[in-house]
Design a protein. Sequence first.
Length: 367
Amino acid sequence: MVAKLSANDHKKLLEDTLAENVTFKLLEGTMPCQIMVDGFCFYVYVKTLSSAHLKGSDDVWRAQLPRHEDFEKIKTASTPIIFLGYDTDNDVYATWNPHVVKQRLNEAKYVSFYSRLSGQQEAHDEDKFVRKQLNNDGEVLIFPRSKLNSYLVNFVAYFPDNTDYVAIGSKRRKEANDAYRLFNDSKHIASFAKYLEQNGCNDIAEYCKMIKTFINQNIFSCHRKIFLACDSIHQYEDAVRRFLEEEDVQASIYVTDVNAEDVLDAYVLFLIDKMNEIHDDKPADEAKKNAVQKQNEELCQKNGKITKITDQELLHQIEPYLNTEYKTTIPAMNIVRDFYQNKYPGLKMEIKDWMNLVTHIDWSNCY
């Protein structure tokens, strides 16, 4: 018998699951609710998964998406909606392409999204993401609840045809992505103030106040699709005009002494200079980083054994397995072993050495 959970129960599970991510914010609502993770906004709606009760198909499960008055607003918003089906027995979520979900909002009294019990059990037993093809040419992605943060941060990689990170029609994914992250980062406001001073601006405080409002009140984030449709920061001039036409943006412009378009134009010009500086410094930074990495690796080898993991990418790769309440050391150990054995074929490491290596990482100080 599947346990029934209320909207508040699902919301609490969601909050508990994401609580360890310092970037997580609950913005509004119960179910659906709007959240922010890693600087990006999402609408989230959760329903319990249960058997579809199809004769001879015990493996077919489903979550039913009902009509909801809030969905009318969500349908036209640029913010993606993540629909999650929760399996209470296996403690896993199933989810579907957010683009397809948005298209089907309020399409009928109930819209069924299908999953597979075998996939839910596999995701639980092997603590991994499981993708299953469905009979209607769609697919479902199933993963342990503990991996929800990882999914939200990387959801465009799982459903790339709904990616907001990639500029529309563009192959220059990284440049579009980097430009938006720079644009929506409040740590550059102090540098923006200096830039304005150097260029003779008389309203520095008001300019910075407006940009800070757009960032801290999640206004840029909620309209990120406008900016991520650009190949680079150089195309933000037109994006600024479209952004300022949005009703909620106009309502947030409480400053009457300065023109919002002038403020954003100045901010974009500042960021173009900033990105040029980053680009100029990058070769030297990369060389320095590689030299430090090589030195660290040499210091962390002794008698054919690795004594400490210093590779940053490798640490990021294994952190979801180890820096969590319920650790899964075997997959992490296998990743680390494969990495170092390929890099240093002459290592003299035994299983106990690999296990000791991954179980003695100080996650508060390893980066």
